[in-house]
Write a protein that binds this ligand. Sequence first.
Ligand SMILES: Cc1ncc(COP(=O)(O)O)c(C=O)c1O
Length: 431
Amino acid sequence: MTIQTKNERTEVLTEIDPLFQIPDEEVFRYDETFGAHHYQRLKTVVRKTEGAYIYTEDGRKILDCLAAYSSANAGHHHPKITQAVIDAIKQGRASVISNVVYTSALSLFLKRISEFVPKLGPRFPQDGNKTLPKNGGVESVETALKLARFYGWKEKRIADGSQEIIVFDENFHGRTISVISFSSSEKYKEGFGPLTPGFKIAEYGNLDSARALVNKNTCGILVEPMQGEGGMNIPPEGFLMGLREISDKENLLLIFDEIQVGLGRTGKNFCFEHENVIPDAVILGKALAGGLTPLSVLVTNGHIMDMVFTPGKDGSTFGGNSLACAAGIAALDVLEKERLAEKAAETGAVLKKRIIDIASRSKVVKEVRGRGLFIGIEVKDGNAMKYCHKLLDLDMLANDSHGHTIRISPPLIIGEAEVDFICDRLEKVLI
Ligand SMILES: Cc1ncc(COP(=O)(O)O)c(C=O)c1O
């Protein structure tokens, strides 16, 4: 099937179903008329994705330097992950199955991910991790909040309803009512009350600020080992270790949200490995199923998981469905066998060095920061989107983090040609 545009046929879009052949103008109109306007989208319609690139109807090939906020770490439609999904469908293993029975896909995935994550909760007796699967990232954040609260009630004898969790300013953990309740961004919360109580916000990177919030009702600490949406912020060295020490001393559950920065993105499988700190629980999502299906998990020490989640305490119709698990197993294989974390470290080091050089010659850049292929370029005028629009005109997709920072987070498979491409575009836009 070939797409017929106004004036030309495009080569890259030859196999798209007729259903997807409505012209760009209609795409915009339907979205405007029938969709919620909760995203301010860039005016580009993506028709196909492959590897590090996305394609438009008129044949534009755009380098994807956003990768769906770290979801396409392995590249779009990675052949092995795609094949796993196709096989699951062809072999009749893909349809959602009631959670009252077992599936081999879920069991295999639970084993794979539990063993892939370093052993969590080192101070607890049971050796080995257990995993609770969900769909979108925020669902697993919610599961983690339940974990910490129940732990506080059961283990620390905090009165139910009084449990408190320490979080950090500029955090981003998703969009449910409870999760926006502890956002430091007023815009996320305004008009959505009543909000969920039980959270205390400390200053990111400031251990004294976290320590000062601990009281007899504190049950856990939830933190991003590096902040993505908050402005691509790396905490000062020793911060995560300090949180570990506070958690050990006060018997708190230390939970790391690695949804955006985990699974190779920052040059390690897990961002917390930069500081060699082991948390009590980890939340993963986005790239977990190769960007092909939603899949998220809460992984924790088996002792804690068994204490909190007994039948009736949690559940999800699609959480851990066979299709997502098949994709998840394949995505973890790709992450390991193709050494995506190492690649991100190597390519990211070269890219960051070159971006720092561009920044040194630029009048508009305030600071460059990042790890692996997670690099932020903060601009002096605070309007990163202005530069992102120009980059898109030059066939490079990027967006802002926290308004002031251009986020560069391409698929981890990019090579020298893409690094040259990115630097060429940044040079044109920032100099
Ligand atoms: C650190 C972090 N936590 C949680 C979430 C929420 O994930 P989802 O959008 O899949 O619910 C995000 C999404 O960007 C994130 O970056």
